[in-house]
Design a protein around this ligand. Structure first.
Ligand code: ATP
Ligand code: MG
Length: 559
């Protein structure tokens, strides 16, 4: 694997190893199993696994499943699949919920040290007492309960004697700290709920801010890499590791999130798209989820290269989605066979070609990669071309087919348009052409030149196929504004759904070469003059071949 790009986290790890602060490296990818992974998660995966790999370290996959209400085994399964598909193999597979007993004991230790207390204030009151950036917080009247009383109450919380929200356990730190995270954060709450892993064993659950540092320390994680919104929590993270007397001392390091133009990335919004039926599941090819990108036809190689090229820094800008497209083209250019497909067919009859005759023509499979060899394609008196490739009254510089004009058929002959057949309504239904046998491709014909080269498929053997063409799911050029609005949750929810692009999916029916008869889901082809397509794994059946357009051939995007 290549690891050339500069990365400030790598520098920290190198220093830690050189100075002897560390003698090994363990990282982790810690998803909450409350949704499917998206390309932002891919960034975290690549950073964690690549760094450990580079320093002969280990990376754990750890499910951060401390919230019983939102988590589900379906998500656990999907996340494992996605990480493997991206090309990574974890060392340890862990669940935060496996540490609930130890976390409980560490909380008891805090109580015994006078560093945690049971509070009876309601959630609203706690928020009120917390103060603001300008004003210090106010101490809870329950803050000075004795150790004995706290131990007894916490034990009874655990036994289920209290209802949801009646009591919480708080760390006793500093209500006047300039860092609000240190103003006696809640570390345990009551939730009478069934947990996907521990069932009804527990009715108290650790808060993320308490659980996460403990999980890292229990696994001897050395570098706990997360996104910048956790920067202000770092002092709390260190406090918990210290005061809970963890022997292993992980270091939290933050980097800037990946955001992509035209895409919403928060799991909450993605979930909404799925639940409201705006997309056909987490793996809809328009979704920025790993499973959506896979189904669309993006490759793990392209995603990894893209993520690496976006770099690792503290800042979190928006990356143009065309950059990902660039890398998938780069990856597929050498790998994917060329073929011809007609998306919007128009029948062409070659009137001077013998009726009933079919000849086989040679065509290279990939001119960029000649070792891929050649294929044979049929040619006969009837073919399909693209509706766009004919115009009865063309503008200047239209070099495709029009009455009297001659064009080249890729891998075949020159044909000349002799007659246009229309239906009663005046629509063009068929074109009659003649071909010139002298102009056969591969024979070195130099007699005359034509300006246009068209793709085509032979009509009697062509396989019907469905093509699914995509545009961004969001109409807005930049999803940035939407993310900014996220402060006003309800409004943002609405405005985000207001920007759904009604034309994000177009389904059309056309034809492909007979060579594609037995292709399998997830196979990728470059359709000449169109772009790269992937065989859709969800809708393709023996009798219905469905292609997802991955990307067009060219773009104006420059790296
Ligand atoms: P979301 O906000 O999309 O729901 P999350 O942070 O709640 O994501 P987690 O399951 O907690 O989702 O994320 C697992 C890991 O992936 C975390 O370490 C998180 O920081 C990282 N991560 C999530 N989104 C991004 C992103 N856009 N860019 C980089 N890393 C991300
Ligand atoms: Mg999270």
């Amino acid at each position: 694997m290549e690891h050339n790009s500069s990365n400030f986290i790598r520098n920290i790890i190198m220093k830690d190893l050189e100075s002897g602060k560390r003698n090994h490296v363990i990282t982790r990818f810690p998803p909450e199993p409350n949704g499917y992974l998206h390309i932002g998660h891919a960034k975290s995966i690549v950073i964690n696994f690549d760094l450990a790999d580079e320093f002969n370290g280990k990376t754990n996959l750890r499910f951060d499943d401390t919230n019983p209400l939102k988590e589900d085994a379906e998500f656990v399964h999907a996340i494992k699949e996605d990480v493997k598909w991206l090309g990574y193999d974890w060392d340890g597979l862990f669940f935060a919920s496996d540490y609930f007993q130890e976390m409980y004991e560490r909380a008891v230790l805090l109580i015994k040290k006078g560093k945690a207390y049971v509070d009876d204030l309601s959630a609203d009151e706690i928020r009120e007492y917390r103060g603001t950036l300008k004003e210090p917080g106010k101490e809870s009247p329950y803050r000075n309960r004795s150790v004995e009383e706290n131990l007894d109450l916490f034990d009874r919380m655990r036994k289920g004697e209290f209802g949801n929200g009646e009591k919480v356990l708080r760390a006793k730190i500093d209500m006047s700290s300039p860092n609000i995270n240190l103003r006696d954060p809640v570390i345990y709450r009551i939730s009478h709920a069934i947990h996907h892993n521990t069932g009804d064993t527990w009715c108290i659950y650790p808060m993320y801010a308490f659980a996460h540092p403990l999980e890292d320390a229990i696994e001897d994680v050395t570098h706990s890499i997360c996104t910048t919104e956790f920067e202000d929590q770092r002092p709390l993270y260190n406090w918990i590791v210290e005061e809970c007397e963890m022997t292993s001392k992980p270091q939290q390091i933050e980097f800037g999130r990946l955001n992509i133009t035209n895409a919403v990335m928060s799991k909450r919004k993605l979930k909404q798209l799925v639940e409201e039926g705006i997309v056909d599941g987490w793996d809809d090819p328009r979704m920025p989820t790993i499973s959506g990108l896979r189904r669309r036809g993006y490759t793990p190689e392209a995603i990894r290269t893209f993520v690496r090229e976006t770099g690792v820094s503290k800042g979190s800008g928006f990356v143009d989605s065309q950059m990902l497209d660039h890398f998938v083209r780069e990856d597929l250019k050498m790998k994917s066979p060329r073929t011809m497909g007609v998306l919007r067919p128009l029948k062409v009859v070659i009137t001077n070609y013998p009726e009933g005759q079919v000849e086989m023509l040679d065509a290279e499979i990939n001119p960029e990669n000649p070792v891929m060899g050649t294929r044979q394609i049929p040619f006969s008196r009837e073919i399909y071309i693209e509706q766009d490739d004919f115009m009865e009254n063309p503008p200047n510089k239209y070099f495709r087919l029009f009455p009297g004009n001659e064009v080249r058929l890729k891998h075949a002959y020159f044909i000349k348009c002799e007659e246009v057949i229309k239906d009663e309504a005046g629509n063009v239904v068929e074109i009659h052409c003649t071909y010139d046998p002298e102009t056969k491709s591969g024979t070195g014909f130099t007699g005359r030149k034509v300006k246009g080269t068209l793709h085509w498929v032979e009509a009697t053997q062509a396989i019907p196929a469905e093509f699914r063409l995509y545009e961004p799911l969001l109409q807005k050029e930049e999803a940035e504004d939407l993310e900014a609005e996220a402060d006003h949750e309800a409004e943002a929810e609405k405005s985000f759904l207001d920007h759904i692009n009604p034309n994000s999916l177009e389904v059309i029916k056309g034809f492909v070469e007979p060579n594609l008869k037995d292709i399998e889901p997830q196979e990728k082809y470059q359709f000449f003059r169109h772009g790269y397509f992937n065989v859709d794994p969800k809708y393709t059946t023996k009798d219905n071949l469905v292609f997802n357009m991955i990307v067009s051939l060219k773009s104006s995007f420059k790296l």
